[in-house]
Ligand binder design. Sequence first.
Ligand SMILES: [Zn+2]
Length: 294
Amino acid sequence: MRYIRFVWLNLLLVVSAIIISGCSLRTPAKSTTKIQAVATTNFYGELEQAVLKDHGQVYSIIDSANVDPHEYDLTIKPARKIEDSDLVLSNGVGYDTWVTKVTSKRHITVGEDIAHISPGANEHLWYRPDLMKKVTLKLAAEFSQIQPQHRAAFYANAKAYNQQLSQLTDLLATIKRHNQGGKVAVSEPVFDYALATMGYKVINQHFAQAIEEGTDPSYDDIAQLQADIRHHRIAFFVENTQSDAPVINQLVKLCHQYHVPVVQVTETMPAGRNYLSWMKDEFMQVRNIQKGID
Ligand SMILES: [Zn+2]
């Protein structure tokens, strides 16, 4: 009897210890709370983490190059992350509207809120490194409202990251200086903002729009593009390698046959890369074509 009572007492102590530690885990001191940020894609998550550093945790909903943001739909885990977050960053302009299915405390869109553009505009805004600099500064302002005590750190982090991004804006400026009104063709409008900044004119927008929307490009559009390749009317062809439309593969083959350079780009960030190295690689392909070393 005595022995049994001793066991019960021990058990009671263990249980209450678990309850006490459990409670203390659930209510951490305010000063150590990390900002919980969500991004619709990992390249936007990278910007959030760069500004927050150790003052926050980032959850990127699309964190794989194998998931197409155009066709994605929200599942339970990311929906909970959005609900529990302090801030959500999305691309906007119709690209990742699935994020608005769940109410969030704060939601910033790169398109509407920062670039001041509306749905219908080209959605691939991350191909504007100049705009990404504005995104980090906007994030610094938003995070400063959530945790004013870390304001100086957020702005310093944003500026440090933007300094790295200057490698990209400088490279784009160099490419533009060496481009004399070149014309190009693209498989999809993914790279168009970068091309515009470089001063290149896309001559097959109608064709590219069809591929982006997953419909068949018209016979006339294909024939025109084939002629443009054969007659070297384009400086290069931009291929989104994440698309596997047979018509694109045939056009790329034709480019190789007629020695028209092909620039390979992706819609989402390839595994093991960061935003800077991803963009730099793609921009350098254009620079190398200009130098004649493709
Ligand atoms: Zn796209």
